[in-house]
Write a protein that binds this ligand. Structure first.
Ligand SMILES: Cc1cc2nc3c(=O)[nH]c(=O)nc-3n(C[C@H](O)[C@H](O)[C@H](O)COP(=O)(O)OP(=O)(O)OC[C@H]3O[C@@H](n4cnc5c(N)ncnc54)[C@H](O)[C@@H]3O)c2cc1C
Length: 388
């Protein structure tokens, strides 16, 4: 059985690793030129029941513990005046919660656990066509081609493989603008102290200024704004591509204007960014997306269930990988049955998580976000015992 995995992100690599442990070979086709071709972004908290479970199935729990930062779980929520609304401190050294790990460190950990020829770099899948006898013919950018018996789409938000199974549309749920501040302890000790060892969220009306500490001593700043935040006179003409709307966020000055009235100690996070702000659209698939089973092909991770980024996407992508690998290992002679079993369980698991992610995303960018979030984090008093 020749298994092709399109995409060498967290989902695709976890899948290849667990299949390898079961003695099942797979080829990962990745569009990037090498493991260091692109910055992998910020850090993630891995949950015990999903991301950490998948790493345990991958035989990598020990290496994860060496590389993760339990202290990174510390987080604070401030209002625009800089007042602390919530301050969460984890148990020192505890891995029972949701320790943080840099994405690049996690991806390297998975890459290092695979045989050297598993990932074929510089192979961007552009088309997959069913072959008359079963399986798929794959075409890559630049003219390469390959065949496989089973195709797994782990190719992220704009998956090419997805179109073989569903035409579910993507909708834009927010705009995210990112900046990075290198060598923060030395160059910006006040900001390093403000952010602390984990995450900081400053929550205003329909906008969030967030920052997180990475293990290389840099701070990653992320600004979330509603998808429709631009006023009529800021919008580009209708005949321009929709991504041109992002141009309004490419200068620090324009971005700072959106935080008028905020404590300058907080907006200093924008001013200190090393380069110009980098905006992007955050998209999601409709909640409850599913597809009719089709032999020889399936999806995992963002390709299967792109959700608003509220802390579940990577965790669920890795759990998808672990569950699909286990199903394929249990029924190696019948991959169709294995894929069907994986899909049914995955659809049922993801539906409530996607609903929750959409609700939290809407709450985070609502006019009452700060109150809602404090309520979310404040334990409710115990209900009085019912009288007999
Ligand atoms: C700002 C932000 C913060 C987030 N924070 C968290 C968090 O704290 N916790 C969490 O669990 N999740 C988080 N997420 C979500 C998480 O990043 C994704 O859900 C996760 O990365 C999905 O993994 P994946 O392997 O499915 O896709 P990806 O990680 O996107 O990997 C897809 C891979 O496929 C490759 N690829 C794409 N197209 C092709 C092609 N045509 N051919 C070949 N290769 C291709 C890409 O280069 C990439 O390597 C966040 C997302 C965002 C945007």
């Amino acid at each position: 059985m020749r298994i092709a995995i399109a995409g060498g992100g967290l989902g695709g690599l976890t899948l290849a690793r667990i299949l390898h442990l079961h003695g099942i070979g797979a080829v990962v086709y990745e569009r990037e030129a090498s493991r260091s071709a692109r910055s992998q972004g910020g850090s993630l908290d891995l949950h015990p029941e999903s991301g950490q479970q998948a790493l345990a199935d991958a035989g990598l729990a020990g290496r994860f513990r060496s590389a993760a930062r339990p202290e990174g779980e510390e987080h604070r929520i401030l209002d625009p005046a800089g007042r602390v609304l919530v301050h969460h401190r984890p148990q020192p050294g505890s891995f029972s919660g949701r320790p943080e790990i840099d994405r690049s460190v996690l991806r390297d950990l998975l890459l290092d656990s695979l045989p050297g020829d598993t990932v074929v770099w510089r192979h961007r899948l552009v088309a997959a066509a069913p072959r008359p006898g079963g399986g798929f013919g794959l075409t890559f950018d630049g003219g390469h081609s390959a065949d496989c018996d089973v195709l797994i789409g782990a190719d992220g938000a704009r998956s090419v493989v997805r179109s073989l199974l569903t035409d579910a549309p993507l909708s834009c749920v927010a705009t995210l603008v990112e900046l990075s501040i290198g060598d923060a302890d030395r160059r910006h000790p006040d900001l390093a102290e403000l952010v602390g060892p984990g995450n900081l969220w400053c929550i205003g009306e329909r906008r969030i200024l967030a920052a997180q500490r990475l293990s290389d001593g840099s701070i990653r700043v992320g600004i979330s704004l509603p998808a429709n935040d631009l006023s009529a006179n800021e919008l580009p003409p209708n005949d321009r591509p929709v991504d041109d709307r992002l141009d309004a966020y490419r200068s620090k000055r324009a971005l700072l204007e959106r935080f008028d009235g905020w404590d300058p100690g907080l907006t200093a996070l924008i001013e200190a960014g090393d380069g110009p702000p980098v905006p992007r659209r955050i998209e999601a698939m409709p909640t409850g997306t599913r597809w009719a089973h089709r032999p020889g092909v399936t999806l995992i991770g963002d390709a299967a269930h792109l959700m608003p980024p509220v802390g579940e996407g990577a965790n669920q992508a890795m759990l998808d990988a672990a569950e699909l690998a286990a199903a394929l290992a249990a029924q190696p002679a019948d991959p169709g049955a294995a894929i069907r079993a994986y899909e049914e369980a995955m659809f049922a698991r993801i539906h409530p998580i996607a609903e929750m992610s959409a609700r939290v995303q809407a709450m985070m960018l609502s006019p009452t976000a700060a109150d809602d979030i404090v309520r979310f984090f404040t334990p409710r008093p115990a209900e009085p015992a019912a009288a007999d």
